[in-house]
Design a protein around this ligand. Structure first.
Ligand SMILES: Cc1cc2nc3c(=O)[nH]c(=O)nc-3n(C[C@H](O)[C@H](O)[C@H](O)COP(=O)(O)OP(=O)(O)OC[C@H]3O[C@@H](n4cnc5c(N)ncnc54)[C@H](O)[C@@H]3O)c2cc1C
Length: 471
């Protein structure tokens, strides 16, 4: 099946806008997003009514349609093919561009109305998970043969970024499932494991990635969870606990790393495909600062039996799987962070463009303009780092350093951008009902999971040291 037909579920939702593009093409140039956003904002003057405009559905719909209009007006540049065979990082394939539009619509129409309630309840709405599966967003890179969309890694990055603009919790749910869980199975598991698990992971079963433990975080390979092969070699017994596991309250499938022989060090680590029904106990659920709707639990394995065929890859190669997969995952977290930054800034700038003080819109003060410009530049720089790392990965080139740089920088930018967004909205930005402060709370995790900022700096230096032959 072709890539295009394999992504039919995604593309079906994007199709109307392609038709609209054709219809709109001969008309005079459509207004830019900025101009349309300005016209949306000038329709209201008081701070409270501005917030109603930004936050309520009709306004969101107008914004989405403005984005669609913009994409139709830019079709010529989207079709551009460089005669030199190189393109800017803003050049997406037709599928990637259509996917972006489809995810924007899903995020605005389905996710946005639930964000505040999910954050307050600290719980993911099951309808959101169902919707992600129905939209084909949970098997972005998985082949059509296995029920996936068969799209590129960059497509997965686009999905994560677009979801994070609206809710970083939904974004990380989709990110972990796609870039960690699916990818481990796609890249390292046997054909029979792929045939068994990839279709359900594309269609209905949520997955978790279980590496960290209470005593081993940054030093992940010091794990204590043990795996012991049975005398007949037909099964493994797992014992121990994992901590901080994203998606685990809702997941039915787990990639679990365990140590077979501490004397072997990291070479004793194995990776397993584990079903919840094999005996995984979901224990304490963490109460967190941010990404509250994303579940984070402790998992216990108490003498659970896993069939030998559920070993992923070769025995003793679990550490290699974890290292390689986290490089990809870090690009996903970078995408989550740039989406988060953009989502916060978009809301705040629209508010500021309407709010008047001293008889003027506050965006007419140079002090505000310079701050906005600075943050917009930083988000763009983080986006370029992120999409460059994604394309390097797709080209099969080394991307470890670039992924670490992208994650580190994007998480720093996300914190600065969402912090500034609160300040640009004054007192209103500090309140919970606007949703701006949530972006700031959510941004903090970017410096912690899938390798802390210090670990990113360490990784970057190790590679610089190697490149410059400094040892
Ligand atoms: C919300 C959330 C979701 C998560 N999801 C998952 C998941 O799905 N799966 C999973 O396996 N894990 C997950 N994690 C775990 C996460 O990856 C770890 O928290 C992270 O790797 C840090 O480990 P730690 O918490 O043990 O901190 P530590 O490793 O104890 O680090 C504490 C501090 O020491 C610093 N430090 C440690 N070692 C060094 C060093 N060598 N040099 C300099 N500084 C150092 C760190 O940078 C940090 O500032 C999640 C965590 C959170 C909070």
């Amino acid at each position: 099946m072709s890539l295009r037909s394999s992504s039919s579920r995604l593309l079906a939702r994007a199709a109307p806008s392609k038709a609209a593009a054709a219809a709109a093409a001969p008309r005079a140039a459509a207004p830019s997003v900025a101009a349309t956003a300005r016209s949306i904002n000038t329709s209201s003057s008081s701070s409270s009514s501005t917030w109603a405009n930004v936050a309520t559905k009709p306004s969101a719909q107008r914004l989405v349609s403005a984005v669609r209009t913009f994409s139709t007006s830019s079709s010529a540049s989207a079709d551009f093919e460089s005669p030199f065979g190189v393109n800017s990082l803003s050049k997406y394939t037709e599928e990637e561009e259509m996917l972006r539009e489809a995810v924007q619509r899903f995020a605005q129409d389905v996710v946005a109305p639930k964000v505040e309630a999910m954050d307050e309840a600290e719980k993911m709405d099951p309808e959101i998970i169902k919707g992600l599966f129905e939209q084909g967003l949970m098997g972005v890179e998985t082949s059509a043969d296995h029920g996936g969309a068969g799209c590129s890694f960059t497509a997965a990055i686009i999905v994560i970024e677009e979801l994070a603009k609206v809710d970083p919790s939904v974004s990380v749910l989709c990110d972990v499932h796609n870039t960690l869980v699916n990818t481990v199975i796609r890249k390292y598991a046997s054909k029979s494991l792929q045939d068994k698990y990839l279709p359900q992971l594309s269609e209905k079963t949520l997955g978790s990635f279980c590496l960290s433990e209470p005593a081993s975080g940054s030093d992940a390979f010091a794990m204590k969870t043990s795996c012991k092969k049975s005398a007949d070699g037909k099964s493994w017994t797992l014992n121990g606990s994992k901590m901080w596991i994203t998606n685990s309250a809702e997941a039915e499938f787990f990639i679990v790393f365990a140590q077979s022989d501490p004397a072997k060090g990291y070479k004793g680590i194995n990776a397993f495909a584990v079903e919840k029904s094999m005996g995984v106990e979901i224990a304490k659920k963490e109460k967190k600062l941010g990404i509250k709707a994303s579940s984070t639990c402790t998992l216990n394995f108490d003498d659970i039996t896993v069939p030998a065929e559920n070993l992923i890859g070769e025995e003793g190669k679990g550490y290699k799987i974890a290292i390689e997969i986290l490089n990809e995952g870090r690009v996903g977290i970078a995408a989550q962070m740039i989406g988060l930054a953009q989502g916060a800034v978009d809301k705040a700038v629209r508010y500021a463009a309407d709010r008047k003080q001293f008889g003027k819109k506050i965006t007419q003060f140079q002090g505000m303009q310079f701050q906005i410009s600075q943050i917009m530049m930083e988000i763009e720089a983080a986006r370029v780092l992120t999409y460059n790392a994604a394309r390097l990965k797709e080209e099969g080139r080394s991307f470890t350093k670039e992924a670490a740089m992208a994650k580190l920088f994007a998480s720093q930018v996300a914190q600065r951008a969402s912090g500034s967004a609160i300040e640009w909205c004054g007192g209103v930005g500090f309140t919970r009902e606007t949703g701006i402060e949530k972006y700031w709370r959510d941004s903090k995790i970017g410096a912690i999971y899938e390798g802390t900022s210090n670990i990113m700096l360490e990784t970057i230096f190790k590679l610089v040291e190697r490149e410059m032959d400094l040892k």
